[in-house]
Design a protein. Structure first.
Length: 56
């Protein structure tokens, strides 16, 4: 189980690295929408969660 958790944390960190490359949160959310097909409000909540989580 620990190995699966470590993989999840690593993926979360990778997602944060990608999102940090966008200058504006709106651009990152649009990217997330294009990648996932999810609505903007869900992507914004996911963005806020990811960006406010310390993955170091």
């Amino acid at each position: 189980m620990g190995n699966e958790f470590e993989k999840a944390v690593k993926r979360f960190s990778e997602a944060k690295d990608v999102l940090e490359k966008f200058e504006k949160s709106e651009e990152a959310v649009a990217f997330m929408q294009n990648e996932t097909g999810l609505p903007a409000d869900e992507c914004m909540r996911a963005y806020e969660l990811i960006m406010n989580t310390d993955t170091d």
